[in-house]
Design a protein around this ligand. Structure first.
Ligand SMILES: NC(=O)c1ccc[n+]([C@@H]2O[C@H](COP(=O)([O-])OP(=O)(O)OC[C@H]3O[C@@H](n4cnc5c(N)ncnc54)[C@H](O)[C@@H]3O)[C@@H](O)[C@H]2O)c1
Length: 264
C-alpha cells in the first residue's frame, strides 16, 4: 500500500521471485522491490553474480536469498519456487526477467540453436509461471510481470528469433491474464527499448568503435540517452503493486519514445 512517505513500502510484506537478477535490469528490479518492502529471491543461473546480488541486499538490511536457477529446466524452476516458500512462507510476485539476445540466420541456424533461444526467451517464462501460479493463488492472488522487449513489436535485421520469442511472451501474457485475472493474478508484459544493462554495455564495448556505436544509439532516442535499469525497475514495482490494480493483459512500452517515431 502507498503511504505518505511516497513510494517506499508500497510492497511491504510481499514475496517476489526475480529471474536473471544477478545482473542488469533484473538486479535493479530486485533492489527496487526490496526497497519497496518485498522479500526477494534472486533466481539466477550464474552463481557468482547471483550470490553477490543477494549479499548486497542482505548487507543493506533487506530480505534476500539467492537460489541458483536455470529457467530452461523445470526441476530447477520448481526448486526455486519451493525454496522461496520455504524461506519466506508464500509467493506474491513473479518477475520473468531472464532472457538473452539471439542473432541467427533463419536459413542456416540449427534445430539446437532454435531450442536454445526459445528455451531461455520463451519456455523459461512459461515454466516459471507454471510453478509460481499455484503458489500465488494459494495466498489469494498477486502479480506476474514478464520482461519482453520492443522487439516484440518491431525488430531489426539479423535478430532472429529474439523478436519472435518476445512477441510470443506478449501472447503468453495475454493468455495467462485471461485465465488467471479472474482468480486474482494480474499478468502484464513490459517492453523495454535500449537499456544500459551489463549485456548492452558489454555489446557496445565489443563494437569496432564503441563510442560511435553508443552515439548512434543515443541519436535514435527521442530522449537522447539510453535508459537505465533503474527506470525499468521503477515501472516494474508500480505494475507489481496494488496501485496497478486495473492493469492486466497489457503490453507496456518503456523506451524513451523510440517506437513512437516514423523512421525517415
Ligand atoms: N538491455 C536492454 O536493452 C533490453 C531491452 C529490451 C528487453 N530486454 C530484456 O530484459 C531482460 C534482462 O536483460 P539485460 O539486458 O538486463 O541482460 P543481462 O545479460 O545484463 O542480464 C540477464 C541475466 O539473466 C541471467 N540468465 C540468463 N539465462 C538464464 C537462465 N537460463 N536462467 C536464469 N537466469 C539466466 C544471466 O546470467 C544474467 O545475469 C532480458 O529478458 C532481455 O531480453 C533488455
Amino acid at each position: 500500500m502507498t503511504d505518505d512517505k511516497g513510494f517506499r513500502g508500497r510492497l511491504e510484506g510481499k514475496v517476489a521471485i526475480v529471474t536473471g537478477a544477478g545482473r542488469g535490469i533484473g538486479k535493479a528490479i530486485a533492489r527496487k522491490l526490496a526497497v519497496e518492502g518485498t522479500a526477494v529471491v534472486i533466481a539466477e543461473v550464474d552463481a557468482a553474480p547471483g550470490t553477490q546480488a543477494a549479499d548486497e541486499l542482505s548487507a543493506d538490511g533487506f530480505r534476500a536469498l539467492f537460489v541458483q536457477t536455470d529457467i530452461t529446466r523445470e526441476a530447477s524452476v520448481q526448486n526455486a519456487v519451493e525454496k522461496t516458500v520455504a524461506a519466506f512462507g508464500k509467493l506474491d510476485i513473479l518477475v520473468n526477467n531472464a532472457g538473452k539476445d539471439f542473432n541467427f540466420d533463419a536459413t542456416t541456424m540449427t534445430e539446437a540453436d532454435w531450442n536454445t533461444a526459445m528455451d531461455v526467451d520463451l519456455k523459461g517464462v512459461w515454466l516459471c509461471c507454471k510453478h509460481a501460479i499455484p503458489r500465488i493463488l494459494e495466498q489469494g492472488g498477486g502479480s506476474i510481470v514478464n520482461i519482453a522487449s520492443v522487439h516484440a513489436r518491431a525488430t531489426s535485421p539479423n535478430y532472429f528469433p529474439y523478436g519472435a520469442a518476445k512477441a510470443a511472451v506478449v501472447g503468453l501474457t495475454r493468455s495467462l491474464a485471461l485465465d488467471f485475472s479472474p482468480k486474482g493474478i494480474r499478468v502484464n508484459a513490459i517492453c523495454p527499448g535500449w537499456v544500459m544493462s551489463d549485456a548492452i554495455s558489454t555489446w557496445i564495448k565489443s563494437q569496432p568503435d564503441p563510442q560511435a556505436t553508443e552515439d548512434h544509439i543515443v541519436s535514435l532516442q527521442p530522449v537522447r540517452r539510453i535508459g537505465l535499469p533503474e527506470e525499468i525497475a521503477n515501472f516494474v514495482a508500480f505494475v507489481a503493486s496494488d496501485e496497478a490494480s486495473y492493469i492486466t493483459g497489457a503490453e507496456l512500452v518503456i523506451d524513451g519514445g523510440l517506437t513512437a517515431q516514423y523512421p525517415q
